[in-house]
Design a protein around this ligand. Structure first.
Ligand SMILES: Cc1cc2nc3c(=O)[nH]c(=O)nc-3n(C[C@H](O)[C@H](O)[C@H](O)COP(=O)(O)O)c2cc1C
Length: 177
């Protein structure tokens, strides 16, 4: 299976990046082909809802790092999203990428699978309830199949993360695909 991972934290060695590397380790050990995109280190303009992509069929007016990601999004079997929680939601870096799916909306719909990995400081589900619901609704709309959600609670820093089994769960999620 071809997997595209969209990691979104600006912390290269942070908590969500840890889940990403374990997920990829598992997926690659299983023989899957993985492309990793680190959204926080890329140049990605927000969607301005100009609808030029719909009107012209020539893609987005912004020729930025999405040009690098789009072929992998279109070609892959599974998209893995990874985000730290910011104000009870996915972070802006990931949201910006997802909004830009709009330029290829129809082509992306259909047979893909997806996973979501999140890290947050809270030790209750309060911070992840909203993004889980919006992920599930997005999947229903895109007609994608959910293959798993990891919500790493009480993982606001690496010290806390290291005491948990979430990295192991991320490895198993990747390996289990
Ligand atoms: C702008 C901002 C907003 C945050 N909002 C929340 C929040 O709503 N709930 C929460 O539990 N943690 C929140 N956090 C903490 C981060 O989710 C947490 O530190 C996470 O582990 C960071 O992931 P990273 O190491 O991958 O960047 C916030 C952090 C920042 C910087």
């Amino acid at each position: 299976m071809k997997i595209t991972v969209i990691s979104s934290s600006p912390h290269r060695n942070g908590t969500s990046a840890r889940l990403v590397s374990e997920f990829i380790r598992g997926a690659e050990e299983k023989g899957h082909e993985v492309f990793r995109f680190d959204a926080a280190f890329e140049d990605i303009h927000s969607c301005i809802a100009c609808y030029r992509c719909v009107e012209t069929g020539e893609g987005c007016v912004f020729k930025d790092s999405m040009e690098k990601l789009n072929p992998h999004l279109l070609d892959c079997d599974l998209i893995a999203f990874a985000t730290p929680i910011y104000y009870y939601n996915m972070n802006g870096q990931l949201r910006t990428v997802i909004d830009r799916f709009f330029a290829n909306n129809e082509k992306l719909m259909g047979t893909k699978k997806s996973v979501l990995m999140m890290t947050c400081e809270d030790d209750t589900t309060e911070s992840v309830d909203g993004p889980i619901l919006s992920y599930q609704n997005m999947l229903r709309y895109m007609k994608w199949e959910d293959c798993g959600v990891i919500a790493a609670l009480n993982c606001g820093d690496m010290e806390s993360m290291d005491k948990t089994e979430y990295p192991q769960k991320a490895y198993e999620l990747g390996y289990g695909l």
